[in-house]
Design a protein around this ligand. Sequence first.
Ligand code: UD1
Ligand code: CA
Length: 457
Amino acid sequence: MTNLQVVILAAGKGTRMKSALPKVLHGLAGKPLLGHVIDAAKALSAESIAVVYGHGGEAVPEAFADTGARFVLQEPQLGTGDAVRKALPVLADEGVTLVLYGDVPLILASTIARVSAAAADALCILTVELENPTGYGRIVRDAAGAVKAIVEEKDADPATKAIREINTGIIALPSAWLREWIGALRNNNAQGEYYLTDVIGMAAAAGKPICTEQPDTEWEVMGVNSREQLAELERIHQREIATALMVAGVTLADPARLDVRGTLECARDVFIDVGCVFEGRVTLGEGVEIGPYCVIRDSEIAAGTKVQAFSHFERAKVGADARIGPFARLRPGADLDRDVHIGNFVEVKASRLGVGSKANHLAYLGDSEIGSNVNVGAGTITCNYDGANKYKTIIEDDAFIGSDTQLVAPVRVGKGATLGAGTTLTKDAPPGELTISRPKQTTIPGWKRPVKNGAKR
Ligand code: UD1
Ligand code: CA
């Protein structure tokens, strides 16, 4: 929408969170509450976004420094009307101004787009009818149904308290009207605050059109005041994500036991078992299976790959038809080609493994380049770090690395080479040959085990 100015109110103290962290920095699905609201405003192509903050020093502006939003300090907090007044100097005085709350994180862009569009030449309030409206500002209408005012709970008489239509707090109006009325707000009310909601009475008195819009769902307009409410919204949000995945053709063992903190893109026929956490940007190809209790962050897994229980991925790339886990750890820069097998207690960091290579048990592969069809035996370790610098291990195609081998980098294992079990490789191993570093086995005939002093022989 052109010329949309957004004000996000986020100066409230958040006392009930009982936290050192400003409320709007608490995370929902891995992103601060305020981040969700800024993203919704951005989805509307707002011309400018002003955030009114109040607590936690500069923590709020610092957390969102790269969003392009402008930050305005409100200190002390004298009410929602005062907060909006503080924001106006950093916004253009044209178009429509939309007011959002930093602690109402799940508001849908489509809903606020409707409210903003309706506010081109009217004041538009997002309202809902609640079974129990206690605590909210009530929408007061005249006999003809026209909105006359919003009356706060604490200022309401019993008849007004009986009204079930409430103000969600989200309001949009022509910026010029807001600028005209904002200075006239008074704090002569039960709370001694400057109420933004008093502009509704002013609009009615000036004969300006006032309209209302409703959200598609009730959870969109739910606010976070306590950790219980935060947890409740987290579950609602996760349920929405799970539903969208199922609609897109993903099977979830239990939609209530999935956590997506970022974006999870799945091709069809993906299966995800219980207890998995996806963070950042993750893509899963067709038919990928993720076993229970995996944590996968910023990774790409290609079609047909099966990941078994308790595996951990971070910035890893896995090709098609691979087998990973259980208990595998893929760290940043793990780049596995198709048909690779990574088994239990194998850690891979900044390493490429070619087609069909396997490391099935207990190994550390760091800073290495491993060709195709390489077999890495149990207990193999790339000694990539001398305490100061890191070095590369290169293992060419078809090599066989015997169990319990240490590859002291920089070192190269030639194509088709075999390393005997227990080798400590400090020099390159030539292609096609067996290389082994192991003291010759000896037996001492007649040797006796020591016994405790004083024991009978
Ligand atoms: C406000 C509305 C009420 C509505 C309710 C919905 C007013 C006067 N009342 O009431 O009609 O039903 O929200 O939840 O607007 N904030 C500031 N600075 C301030 C005061 C508040 O930034 O000085 C921010 C808060 O951080 C919060 C939002 O504004 O995000 C609402 O503040 P809150 O105190 O929750 O408003 P209510 O009194 O509940
Ligand atoms: Ca509130």
